[in-house]
Design a protein around this ligand. Structure first.
Ligand code: SF4
Length: 485
């Protein structure tokens, strides 16, 4: 954990990069304050030079939440805005008192007898000539279960009102389809952004488990709609972390995927930020900080800015804004990699500024979600088993599922990431994704004879989909046995 901070801010942080969105009245909302550096810096420039730069600040809209504007700084106080919003009458993040009945409905739709049998038998069971080994930790995490439950409760609470959701509640096609059937609609996305015009003042808007960007919250607040916020508390914890970075004038180094909804939301609450997707990008950043003395992978400031063009806050200057850094993460990233990036940054700042000054240049809080960690640890154990193949089940846009696949790929056991049983067939064929996103097909993927297969699923995958997948495998093996007779 980070200890006390006493070092004065060297480069003033620029607040969140602006996002302009239609507010449904033909005008637009500038969600965040921003600043533009008025001169270009060279790589050799030191923080003191940065301090003397003239900054031009753009006007910040304050009418959405007047109390959220710091009176002495004029900067938009995102933390205060969130606090004010969550205390409003039309805001709900606890559910609407229909927990029992909604959990019962979810149980019927999403649970599985096959998975129950596996759990009752120490996660291993044999059907015919197929032995299935289930990962110790898999499927729906509590954050996702909670989000779906609140969405179901919202439907029950407002049976006649229009219900919207700002993004997929999670990355699972089956669950998302189910919400559509319940007339919970996605806010349409146009080329210029989301079309909030469709939302009327008396509608209900659900915020998904990944959370929503500050600018979207502002629009909804302005409209005065009812908000059912299902944001996972682990995600809010990361937001609080980047708020701490901002308060202490630290730049947030966010380990995440720049287009992912969660990272978009997190960066909207950050001050200065840079998003790195993996250890390779983090190494490049650290090499830049050390002026090429780490591995020589970085180059000029221009190249740096081009490389991270869409992954940095507005006005980001690597010469000024990498002096004090804090680590934050998208909760579903590979845990080991987040830790590795944290250690690399810490080491880099020690090398650059001296061990005794590390607290003044590096800040670290543990924000790795337990559920992600448990599923990844279980996958490391599963790949140690002697298995003929592994099935990883989860949405193809699910970040945490991609990391389960990645762990298996590193191990070498044939592993197939599918989002539903529909990817199997016709015949002995499978269409699956590799961890880096490539879609591939394979003939004769299911070997003949007795088999031992491993199975796991991402944090947004209901058990029912695992069952449907296993049923297809069992059927194929039954047909194979019949042909042998
Ligand atoms: S994976 Fe973690 S952060 Fe994401 S919804 Fe589940 S509990 Fe929350």
């Amino acid at each position: 954990m980070h200890s006390s901070l006493s070092f004065a801010a060297v480069c003033r942080p620029e607040a969140v990069g602006p996002r302009t969105l239609s507010n449904g009245r033909g005008s637009s909302v500038i969600a965040d304050s921003s600043a533009i550096l008025s001169i270009r810096l060279t790589r050799a420039m030191q923080p003191d030079v940065c301090r003397n730069l003239k900054l031009r600040r753009t006007q910040v809209r304050s009418d959405a939440a007047p109390s959220a504007v710091g009176s002495h700084t004029g900067e938009f106080d995102t933390k205060a805005f969130r606090r004010t919003l969550t205390r409003k009458e039309n805001y709900n993040r606890k559910g609407f008192g229909h927990k029992e009945e909604t959990l019962e409905a979810m149980d019927k739709e999403y649970t599985s007898d096959i998975i129950k049998t596996l759990k009752e038998n120490n996660n291993e069971y044999t059907w015919g000539n197929v032995t299935v080994k289930l990962a110790e930790s898999f499927g729906f995490c509590w954050g996702v279960e909670r989000a779906v439950q609140i969405a179901y409760e919202a439907r029950k609470q407002f049976p006649d009102q229009k219900l919207w959701i700002t993004n997929e509640i999670m990355h699972n096609p089956t669950v998302n389809q189910r919400l559509k059937e319940m007339q919970i609609e996605d806010i349409p996305v146009m080329e210029e952004g989301k079309k909030f015009d469709v939302v009327n003042n008396d509608d209900v808007v659900i915020l998904p488990a990944f959370g929503a960007a500050l600018s979207e919250m502002q629009i909804l607040d302005e409209k005065g709609v009812k908000i059912a916020d299902t944001t996972c508390p682990w995600v809010s914890k990361v937001w609080n972390t980047v708020e701490k970075h901002k308060k202490e004038s630290f730049t947030s180094v966010i380990h995440g995927k720049k287009g992912h909804e969660e990272t978009v939301a997190t960066s909207s609450f950050a001050g200065k930020y840079i998003i790195v997707k993996d250890i390779k990008e983090a190494t490049y950043v650290c090499d830049y900080i050390l002026a090429g003395k780490l591995d020589g992978s970085s180059s000029t400031k221009e190249e740096f800015l081009k490389k991270f063009e869409k992954a940095i806050s507005r006005g980001f200057d690597p010469d000024c804004d990498l002096v004090k850094v804090g680590i934050a993460n998208q909760t579903t990233m590979l845990k080991g990699e987040t830790e590795e990036i944290g250690k690399l940054l810490e080491k880099t700042m020690m090398q650059k500024y001296g061990v005794e000054f590390i607290n003044e240049h590096f800040m670290c809080f543990n924000t790795i979600c337990d559920a992600t960690q448990e599923r990844q640890d279980a996958m490391y154990n599963l790949v140690k088993e002697k298995l003929d193949l592994i099935l990883v089940v989860g949405g193809w846009n699910s970040s945490n599922t991609s990391h389960l696949q990645e762990i298996a790929e590193q191990n070498g056991t044939p592993t197939y990431w599918i989002d539903s049983e529909k990817r199997i067939g016709p015949g002995n064929r499978i269409a699956y994704k590799l961890s880096h996103g490539e879609l591939v097909g394979k003939e004769n993927w299911l070997p003949t004879g007795p088999l031992k297969i491993g199975i796991t699923s991402g944090a947004s995958t209901p058990d029912k989909i695992l069952e449907d997948t296993l049923k297809v495998v069992f059927k194929m093996k039954d047909e194979e046995a019949l042909q042998m007779v």
